[in-house]
Design a protein around this ligand. Structure first.
Ligand code: PA5
Length: 441
């Protein structure tokens, strides 16, 4: 399913970069499989494509069907790992223009991933008088942004449909036993879905967190899970031939050689939010203890005309991973008898031919500019290829975190801004910190 070409990156490294890391990879793979490495309590995603809760899966499909029947709009409330996966998959499989399309599934809007008043007002006016449902997603159940947004949309639903009607349109995805959202959902009687204890936010796209909105968008979640399961099975057999081991070793070797930024580039605009999901996955998993490649993303060829100069000649701290999909159709470049634009040498050729040559030319140029390049080639975009790629990146990320000797499954740094914000907002319990921070403002 996935073809990995490391030849334009490994040439920057000593020949033994993979062999020298095989013992560490062996250990990393074993810690992931046995859930006994740092953060092992959060490695439930490793076998999730096989071991997911089948009964809940059926409930997810039924809820998605009900949402499609009942509502023209679904508002998905969540932040970070509680929204990026769903948005990534819906954009990739159904298009970033999904909401503009004529379709028999609801428009899907994402809320609670920021604190912009303008964005919220715009969303409310976009919903207008249409019927809507809400899927509120928070593992902790206490994250401020989604909690505030949920309060607002819950009020709107109750005003429109009454308390009972609102209840029938709210789906809460949260912890099985703990947290404010769990308490609220129990008290109000919302339909509930579970973020499994052993799966962290950024690894949760293949749980109800991602699957309910994805299914509501009409995407075949059985095929998505199948793709992920195929990746899980193929990558489980370790060794020097395993593409996940190869890629993790290469990323680590590039980092040790002085590269500081990994750019994920694709030629598909639909991939933009997949790259956002990838950035969170790698940034939160590796960026700690003063370590980690900084994950950045690029959309080609557009960004070649904005970032291309820096990539080619700026600070040599960059490495690049390009993801390429086979096209789902074909557009032929027409012949023009006047040929004023001089493009007849391309007449009759598919646009994908131009894209392929552009990609190859860019890779060679970047390599010549000192930017190691990895190429991941996928079949055309589909539920199966998306599921495969999700699992591949998750697995490489787990291996990479262990090679870096960090706990890839915590995110202690995220708390710093939260506690400052709580203090400045005057949340009870933060009085001392509030005084200290206000004195510094
Ligand atoms: O990956 C993570 O764990 C985080 O990015 C969380 O997903 C994010 O902070 C949202 O947290 P919660 O789902 O608890 O509201």
């Amino acid at each position: 399913m996935l073809s990995l070409d490391l030849s334009k990156a490994s040439s920057f490294l000593p020949p033994d970069y993979l062999d020298s890391r095989l013992p560490a990879l062996e250990k990393a793979a074993s810690m992931l499989a046995n859930h006994n490495g740092p953060g092992g309590d959060f490695t439930g995603w490793v076998f999730l494509p096989r071991d997911y809760d089948k009964q809940e899966f059926v409930r997810i499909q039924a809820a998605a069907e009900k949402i499609r029947r009942q509502s023209q709009v679904l508002v998905v409330i969540g932040i970070g790992g509680s929204y990026l996966g769903a948005r990534a998959v819906i954009d990739l499989l159904r298009s970033p223009n999904y909401n503009l399309k004529k379709k028999d599934t609801p428009d899907i809007f994402f809320a609670g991933n920021g604190l912009s008043t303008d964005a919220l007002l715009e969303l409310i006016s976009l919903i207008g008088d249409r019927d809507f449902s809400v899927n509120v997603i928070s593992k902790s159940g206490t994250t401020t942004e989604p909690a505030v947004a949920f309060r607002i949309f819950k009020n709107l639903l109750e005003e429109k449909y009454g308390k009972q009607g609102a209840r029938d349109r709210i789906y809460a995805t949260t912890d099985k036993t703990r947290g404010a959202l769990k308490g609220l959902a129990d008290a109000e009687g919302y339909e509930e879905f579970v973020v499994p204890d052993e799966v962290g936010g950024r690894y949760s796209v293949l749980t109800a967190v991602g699957l309910l909105p994805i299914a509501a968008a009409g995407i075949d979640i059985v095929a998505l899970m199948d793709g992920a399961r195929q990746a899980m099975e193929e990558l489980a057999a370790g060794g020097a031939d395993n593409p996940a081991w190869q890629y993790a070793a290469l990323r680590h070797a590039l980092y040790c050689s002085g590269k500081k930024v990994e750019m994920l580039a694709a030629y598909e605009p639909a991939f933009r939010f997949f790259a956002e999901w990838w950035k969170q996955l790698y940034g939160e998993s590796e960026g700690k203890e003063g370590k980690g490649l900084f994950p950045a993303s690029l959309e080609y060829t557009a960004d070649l005309h904005s970032m291309g100069q820096y990539i080619q000649e700026g600070e040599r701290i960059l490495c690049e991973t390009v993801v390429s999909f086979a096209p789902r159709g074909e557009v032929l470049i027409p012949h023009d008898p006047d040929n004023v634009d001089g493009l007849n040498f391309l007449a009759g050729k598919p646009l994908s031919f131009v894209a392929e040559k552009a990609m190859r030319g860019v890779i060679l140029a970047h390599v010549d500019g000192g930017v190691p390049n990895v190429l991941i080639q996928m079949p055309s975009i589909s539920e199966k290829s998306a599921g495969y790629l999700i699992y591949f990146f998750e697995y490489v990320c787990g291996l990479s975190g262990y090679l870096l000797e960090v706990n890839p499954f915590n995110q202690p740094g995220v708390e710093a801004y939260k506690s400052n914000m709580f203090a400045l907002l005057g949340k009870p319990g933060y009085e001392d910190k509030q005084a200290e921070l206000e004195a510094r403002l």
